[in-house]
Design a protein around this ligand. Sequence first.
Ligand SMILES: NC(=O)c1ccc[n+]([C@@H]2O[C@H](COP(=O)([O-])OP(=O)(O)OC[C@H]3O[C@@H](n4cnc5c(N)ncnc54)[C@H](OP(=O)(O)O)[C@@H]3O)[C@@H](O)[C@H]2O)c1
Length: 293
Amino acid sequence: MPLVGLGTWKSASDEAGEAVAHALSECGYRHIDCAPIYGNEKEIGRSLRSVFGGNVVNREEVFITSKLWDTEHARDDVRQACEATLEDLQIEYLDLYLIHWGIAEPKGGHTYDANGNLIVERVPIRETWEAMEELMDAGLVKAIGVANFTAPLLLDLFSYAEIKPAVNQIEVHPYLQQQRLIDFCQRLGMVVTAYSPLARPGYEEMSERLVDEKLIRHVADAHAKTPAQVLLRWGIQRNTAVIPKSTHPERMKENIDIFDFALSESEMHEIGGLERGLRLVDPFQWGKIPYFD
Ligand SMILES: NC(=O)c1ccc[n+]([C@@H]2O[C@H](COP(=O)([O-])OP(=O)(O)OC[C@H]3O[C@@H](n4cnc5c(N)ncnc54)[C@H](OP(=O)(O)O)[C@@H]3O)[C@@H](O)[C@H]2O)c1
């Protein structure tokens, strides 16, 4: 899996396709992170078709990830969901398919009880995982994994998985470093992908955005790089893949241009000092589920 991928959450559907085409043909991206819940897989699919059809880049050179949404956990829904994603993306197989969350929900999107609590479906992860394994046997996906899995969920999954999860995709940036979970995943032989690696500067209202941190700016100046490049370099030096999202050509180029410098041990350590346990993506926000407590 290439270490830098293009994220696509909140890429507006009229921009996502163009961004993916540009990333592949002009910026050298060979890893795209998708999900049906982002609502833009059809547009991305049209771009993939034209990029692969134009012989600019071959399908085999690109690592494409998508995810199984919470409403599709039941055994009979998993294959259908995967096939729908393949059809939307206009590809024959996925390089990686992830269970998006360890939460099963009823059809029709988030539904709530009278107290505003998210209604969940009674589907064990084991049932979902076995159906994911069948997708590999059927050749629809090359690898399977999970996202947002905590250590207890992983311990349970590893107790029965015939095919071990290859990846755990989790939120990681200097404000939320998750070193213990990363170590644990790596000990289990999984690759960790860091999502929101820039701490979502365009979306979150914070007193200080990570890209504006004095320390990050200082380190960036010292290497004649940008704050985003320092944050992404920090991510790959911790042996995680990073999947920054952008729809701006200059930023997409900037975000993958991180292989011509290295952060020193003391810079890595100083950036480590920015930890503040700040989680930006949390089901407590939309479902009152204390998932990460
Ligand atoms: N598995 C999961 O549950 C999960 C959860 C969250 C995210 N993800 C995946 O991870 C990807 C990345 O995470 P994310 O989108 O949450 O956050 P992110 O990549 O940390 O931040 C995206 C924001 O950063 C801006 N940006 C990008 N490059 C920049 C640069 N060089 N300088 C300044 N700002 C820059 C983008 O704006 P512009 O687009 O305007 O450039 C956008 O507002 C997602 O797109 C998605 O694919 C997965």
